[in-house]
Design a binder for this molecule. Structure first.
Ligand SMILES: CC(C)(COP(=O)(O)OP(=O)(O)OC[C@H]1O[C@@H](n2cnc3c(N)ncnc32)[C@H](O)[C@@H]1OP(=O)(O)O)[C@@H](O)C(=O)NCCC(=O)NCCS
Length: 152
């Protein structure tokens, strides 16, 4: 049920993203979201049922020591809290761990439910970046690791 983004599905992903927090609060427009989903330097995977996209995850493998960065994860509002987000994260981890021992992600300080989910899935807080995207809020960098980048 999880596979690479297919042609014609990017708009549905961008609509899903642009219509919900945290991107609403961050002021992301539909066009900006579409640009993020279609960015060719990243990999986008969708959870689809019968051709209908229920959620997606974007992975960035081109960030040097921070490779394996989960850029975006979003599940359709009516499909949340039924395990899709956890399955998308597990899929991304499997993909990332093939090439790198670290998975990184950021979560906004005003998104405690998502942060709680990542903690349950084994992510540890690395640090907090104050006023990174909007004033008065932080982005919290989290990491799940299987070991050092250079081995041993
Ligand atoms: C965060 C998100 C991807 C998780 O997907 P999901 O399919 O709901 O996740 P699961 O069913 O595997 O796990 C459920 C947990 O997700 C979190 N969650 C559920 N709804 C959420 C929401 N609207 N916003 C943030 N986190 C949410 C909660 O921790 C929830 O556990 P709970 O039901 O015990 O409170 C999804 O809820 C979502 O798209 N939220 C809005 C966008 C977002 O916050 N993305 C993450 C940005 S870092």
């Amino acid at each position: 049920m999880i596979r690479p983004l297919a042609e014609g599905e990017a708009e549905a992903c961008a609509r899903m993203m642009a219509s919900t927090d945290p991107w609403l609060r961050l002021g992301r427009t539909f066009d900006q979201c579409l640009g993020i989903v279609l960015d060719p330097s990243r990999e986008t995977y969708v959870h689809a049922v019968g051709g209908s996209v229920r959620g997606f995850i974007i992975v960035n493998m081109r960030l040097g020591v921070f490779s394996g960065y989960i850029q975006t994860i979003c599940v359709a509002s009516e499909a949340r809290s039924s395990g899709i987000g956890s399955r998308l994260v597990a899929f991304a981890e499997e993909r990332i761990f093939r090439d790198s021992p670290n998975v990184f992600l950021c979560v906004s300080s005003f998104n405690p439910r998502a942060r709680a989910l990542y903690q349950r899935l084994g992510y540890e807080t690395v640090g907090e970046m104050h006023d990174l995207l909007i004033e008065g809020q932080s982005e919290i960098l989290m990491r799940k690791t299987r070991g050092p980048l250079l081995g041993r």
